[in-house]
Design a binder for this molecule. Structure first.
Ligand code: AMP
Length: 222
């Protein structure tokens, strides 16, 4: 943001989810002409662009909305799944064209119809306890939610759960573990999020980021 009045004052702090989404975000920011760090920053958790106008905080994906809601970062990028599960209050000015997948309810392939017909309480394993509870509550089903941190597909295989709620991209992981999708709970893609106070206090700088991204995305072939 050469020549921007705020460039020499406080840098814009951007929280990114370590991993593929962070790489895709930095590629998109660079292609949109926004300042990004040069070269490989190894294990550094905060990376500065040349000139220091933007700082990038590398966070665990689920923590990105927390950093942004508390103002530790002005901006962030995360998946809609992470954002909705976090229940954090932030602005969401721009959906981004990557990170496409879906949050699904899945059941064992030999019992695909059971999910919403349980007379007794179904046990549901998931990394998304809030979204899962909301889904069943809205349907009047009294589900027992079992929160896991990974390999949720194991749940039905080892008798821990009847059903799972998890992120699906190709469906290969479900198929490989004898599960089928029975409902889509949320269509997911990456989203730019903004701290609500920063949006007003650093409005010019933040709007410049959003405008550059919008212009860049509008010029992309669909
Ligand atoms: P797939 O076999 O392509 O359906 O991918 C499913 C597995 O990858 C699940 O264990 C998911 O938790 C994980 N996964 C796939 N896509 C994403 C994504 N965009 N974000 C986070 N996790 C994902």
């Amino acid at each position: 943001m050469t020549g921007h009045p705020d460039a020499n004052r406080s840098p814009l702090m951007v929280a990114l989810p370590k991993g593929r989404l962070a790489h895709q975000t930095l590629e998109m920011f660079a292609a949109a002409g926004l300042p990004t760090p040069s070269g490989d920053n190894g294990r550094k958790l905060i990376m500065e662009s040349a000139g220091g106008a933007m700082h990038y905080v590398m966070a665990k994906p689920a923590d990105v909305p927390t950093f942004v809601e508390y103002g530790a970062a002005d901006l962030g990028v995360c998946g809609l799944d992470t954002l909705r599960e976090s229940q954090r209050h932030v602005y969401e000015p721009l959906l981004l064209p990557f990170g496409f997948c879906r949050l699904c309810l899945a059941a064992p392939a030999d019992r695909p119809d059971t999910p919403l017909r349980y007379e007794s309480q179904p046990r549901v394993a998931t990394k998304y306890p809030n979204l899962t509870a909301e889904f069943f509550r809205a349907r009047g089903v009294n589900a027992e939610i079992i929160a896991l941190n990974g390999s949720v597909e194991l749940g039905p295989l080892v008798g821990l759960a009847h059903l799972i709620v998890d992120v699906v991209e190709t469906g290969n992981t479900l198929r490989a573990n004898g599960l089928v999708e029975t409902r889509t709970i949320l269509e997911i893609q990456a989203v730019l999020i903004v701290n609500r106070a920063a949006y007003h206090l650093k409005r010019a700088a933040i709007e410049q980021v959003i405008d550059r991204l919008r212009t860049h995305l509008a010029a992309q072939p669909t």
